[in-house]
Structure formats: structure tokens, C-alpha cells
Design a binder for this molecule. Structure first.
Ligand code: SAM
Length: 484
């Protein structure tokens, strides 16, 4: 155990969530907080907890200062002058001071008057414009969970759009603290890449040319909680508008370089998308494509009570048809109370089918509990939503919506008379469905879906009917030469 691990572990407590050391070290490295250049440079962690970042900062500062031959007394003065922390929780703040003191003592530095204060960072202004480095892991708390702080949070300009989060406000605070050439290095959720709440932040970062590096941790979970995170390095006074994009090597726990990008590459339709340049150009072609193919992509049946509607019924009925569960490809049977014209079969007709009607009556209470888009009790035995009913008697191809690679795709033919639920389906003539199948069963499609960044646990990505439609419109209309 080295000095840093030792001083942190002294004060670790019951399951609270801290930044692991390898993340801290990576952020410091990526921000340029190393070497003799950090001596007499101001650094702050404005939500310092028990000091995960400040312990590493103090260790690096002491090493560099000693390398330059500074005396212990001078280093003690420097640590008080140049290393700053803010933490709202008194106990955490005290732990932090004990932890950084442990590091200073290890280097033989006498008592330091630490500038680590217990305060609400949203109310601290006196570091503004003065910091060379702002480093840390700001709090992630949705604004509707922040209680009394709500009104204060909403006063920040980055908090104006959508359901914001504390971490977005901490970007604003951190940027304000930087001096004219300062560097900010945070690890935060990556949700601001494309969330409504992140819109003002994205615009600001682009307008002011602040993005120096992005290290997208993608599915990698650096913390105990399920949060998809990214390391972001922002820099003031950048000379060009090229940023470096990295992903994270889970095994060696280090970033690896992917590509150099400009906002023209990654700022697409007001959102951030990161990948290599070729994948981003494909994404732009898909997003900006004006072509259109006549394959529709839709959501399957929504009964809102699959337990009753779908199963292995032990009787036959004219109102029970085959159905495919798009998410698994599994075949089953479904009670389908509609005619070929998609109209609901009257209850008086269903009643004539004794077995079926008895079955329905035995589940009537459960069925009437559903919300029903028609808002009338007469529809108690209908599907909860009418989606997909119009396509039951057309040729379809089912599509599951969770994938990691091409081999996860389940594209199954659902011919006329077979329904689809729990996933998507394509509808169009046979030849076009065949072309669509080929287009989807490709690494390009998987690359496109992973770029959209809709993470699911287990390394999976999900996608919507709109995402598939945009891809097919591009692939089939242009590459397949099929303008509808
Ligand atoms: C995600 S933790 C990170 C702690 C530490 N920087 C680390 O990386 O281990 C966020 C910290 O911010 C503190 N915090 C939350 N709201 C704050 C506020 N308004 N002002 C200052 N600190 C705050 C929390 O108490 C918590 O210690």
C-alpha cells in the first residue's frame, strides 16, 4: 500500500462513494497536473469529500517542490496558498484535512494551515478567475432531489434547460473558478452529451472552444452505482479547436486514444457524439440524409397486460393468433380481439366463444385496472394501445432492441397473421424487408447504434424505432438506390 492508499483508507467509511485512485491519477495526468510545472499553481477540488483528489494533488506537489529544492517550510506555505478544497459535509471535510495532513507528514512537511473549507460551493465566489486547475468528481444529484437548494441551483445559467443535475452546475462553477489559461478535469455522468439538461452546457463548451480531451468510460463502471461516466478535460485559451477523444481500457485502467476531432465532427444536431472520424461521418450522413425508403419501423403490440393476453391457452379460438416476442424471438399465442379491418370485435361476438369469454371474465378485474387509450370500460378486453394492430395482416420482420454485436440481432419473419410484441418490427414488401435485413445485419449498424450512446447494463446498447428508420432511410434510399 503506498502513501496515498494508506492515508485514504484510514478515513474510508461505510459504503460512501469515492473516486477510485486510478481514476484520480488519470484525471491529474490528463489535466497536466504533474511535474515541476505545478509548483506555485493554484488547484481546487470544489467538492472534495474526504480528499481522493487532494491527497494525490498534495503528493504530486510535495514531490515536485522537493525536486525543485524547496525547503519544507516553503512547501508548507505553498500547500496553504495553492491547494484548495470545498466540501459541504463537516465530517468529510475534517477527514479530508486529516488525509492530506498524513501525506504532508510523510514528506516531512510541518503543520500546514490547509485552505480546505466546509461550505456550500454554490455560495463561494472568492476563487473565481484565480485557479490554474479545477479537479474533481462533483456530486451527481438530480435537481428534483436537492430539496431546499432547488431555487439556488436554478439560478445557474447551465441549469436552465430540462431536469438538471448538480454536476452540470458544478461545470459552471468550476469554469468560473479558472483563470485565463486554467484547466478543468472532472469525472461526471456522460448524460450531458445528449440530454436536454446538458444543452446549455454543450453550447457553452463549443462557443468558447473549451474541450481539450474526452475520455469516455462508456459501459465501464468506475463507481459502485450504475452511472455511465466520462472524464472531461476543459481548457481555457486553446490555440486550435482540435480535441482528443479517448476510450477507457478496462483491463489496464488507462485511457487509449481514438481520434482527434473538431466540433464539426462531433457536435451533430446540437448533441455530442464521440467515436473515430469515419464513424462520425457515417452518423452525419444518416442524420442529414433526405432520402426515404418505404420500409416502416414500428413498435409491437402493447396489451399492457401480457400475462392475460399472451400464453399457452389450453383451448383454441378464432381470436387467438400466433405472436412473436421480438426481444427474444420466442413464439407464443395471443388473444387478438380484432378483425382483419383492425376493428375491435364486439363483446357480443366474443361472448359466443364460451371458453375464451370465461377466460376473459376470470381476468376482468386485472384487465379493467389498465389505462385504456379509449377511456371507456367497453374496451376492457382490448389491447391497452392500438399500435401495431393495423399491420397484423402484413409481412413483417421483428427486431430486438438490445445489442452488443451483430450476433445479438434477432430478425425474424412475422408473416401476415402473426403478431409482434415486446420490440420493434419492420413492415414493407418482401424484397425491401430482405434488403433491410441485410442492412441491419452489419457492423455499420452496430457502430451506428453504439454511437447513439444509449447504454444498458452488460455492455448492451438500446435503440428506438426512429433510430432504425433513420439508418434504413440512409442505407436503402442511397446505398440501395431505392428512393420511395
Ligand atoms: C461524488 S462525491 C466526490 C467526493 C470526492 N471529490 C471524491 O472524488 O472522492 C461529491 C462530494 O460533494 C459534496 N457536495 C455535495 N454538494 C455540495 C455542495 N453544494 N458544496 C460542496 N460540496 C458538496 C458531497 O458531500 C460529496 O462529498
Amino acid at each position: 500500500m503506498d502513501i496515498q492508499e494508506k492515508s485514504i483508507s484510514i478515513e474510508k467509511s461505510n459504503g460512501r462513494f469515492y473516486t477510485p485512485q486510478f481514476i484520480v491519477e488519470n484525471i491529474l495526468d490528463m489535466s497536466g497536473y504533474y511535474g515541476v510545472g505545478i509548483v506555485k499553481k493554484h488547484v481546487i477540488d470544489n467538492s472534495c469529500g474526504d480528499g481522493a483528489f487532494l491527497v494525490a494533488v498534495v503528493k504530486r506537489y510535495c514531490e515536485s517542490a522537493k525536486q525543485l529544492g524547496l525547503s519544507n517550510d516553503e512547501i508548507a506555505k505553498d500547500l496553504c496558498l495553492y491547494v484548495h478544497g470545498i466540501e459541504i459535509d463537516k465530517e468529510e471535510c475534517e477527514k479530508c484535512i486529516r488525509n492530506v495532513s498524513g501525506v504532508a507528514q510523510f514528506f516531512g512537511i510541518p503543520s500546514v494551515k490547509w485552505d480546505i473549507r466546509c461550505a456550500d460551493t454554490m455560495e463561494v465566489n472568492d476563487y473565481n478567475g484565480k485557479m490554474d486547475f479545477v479537479l474533481g468528481n462533483p456530486p451527481y444529484v438530480r435537481v428534483h432531489n436537492v430539496g431546499e437548494s432547488f431555487d439556488r441551483v436554478k439560478q445557474f445559467s447551465f441549469a436552465k434547460s430540462g431536469m438538471t443535475d448538480f454536476y452540470i452546475v458544478f461545470y459552471e462553477i468550476g469554469l468560473k473558478m479558472l483563470n485565463q489559461s486554467g484547466v478543468l478535469g472532472y469525472i461526471t455522468p456522460s448524460s450531458f452529451f445528449n440530454s436536454l439538461a446538458g444543452e446549455t452546457l454543450r453550447k457553452y463548451l463549443i462557443k468558447n472552444n473549451l474541450i481539450e480531451k474526452i475520455i469516455d468510460l462508456k459501459h465501464y463502471q468506475a463507481f459502485a452505482a450504475t452511472t455511465y461516466t466520462t472524464i472531461v478535460i476543459l481548457k481555457k485559451a486553446r490555440e486550435d479547436n482540435i480535441m482528443s477523444y479517448y476510450q477507457f481500457d478496462e483491463k489496464n485502467r488507462i485511457p487509449y486514444y481514438i481520434d482527434s476531432l473538431t466540433p464539426d465532427d462531433f457536435y451533430i444536431c446540437n448533441n455530442f457524439y464521440f467515436s473515430n472520424i469515419n464513424a462520425l461521418h457515417l452518423l452525419q450522413k444518416i442524420f442529414y440524409n433526405l432520402g426515404h425508403c418505404d420500409v416502416a419501423v414500428k413498435n409491437g403490440f402493447a396489451t399492457l397486460c401480457d400475462d392475460v393476453f399472451i400464453g399457452d391457452f389450453d383451448f383454441d379460438s378464432a381470436y387467438i393468433i400466433p405472436v412473436i416476442k421480438a426481444s427474444t424471438g420466442k413464439r407464443a399465442r395471443i388473444f387478438y380481439p380484432y378483425g382483419k379491418d383492425s376493428r375491435l370485435i364486439p363483446e357480443s361476438e366474443i361472448q359466443k366463444d364460451g371458453n375464451l369469454y370465461r377466460y376473459l371474465l376470470s381476468h376482468k378485474r386485472q384487465l379493467t385496472k389498465r389505462s385504456n387509450e379509449n377511456g371507456t370500460d367497453a374496451y376492457w378486453y382490448a389491447f391497452g394501445r392500438s399500435q401495431a394492430i393495423n399491420d397484423t395482416y402484413k409481412n413483417k420482420l421483428t427486431v430486438n432492441t438490445l445489442l452488443r454485436s451483430v450476433s445479438d440481432l434477432k430478425l425474424i419473419s412475422a408473416p401476415a397473421g402473426v403478431g409482434v410484441y415486446s420490440g420493434l418490427y419492420l413492415v414493407g414488401d418482401m424484397a425491401k424487408l430482405e434488403m433491410a435485413k441485410k442492412a441491419l445485419m452489419s457492423d455499420d449498424f452496430v457502430a451506428y447504434i453504439s454511437l447513439l450512446g444509449k447504454y444498458k447494463s452488460g455492455g448492451y446498447y438500446t435503440f428506438s424505432s426512429k433510430d432504425v428508420k433513420a439508418y434504413l432511410d440512409y442505407k436503402l434510399a442511397y446505398e440501395g438506390g431505392l428512393f420511395a
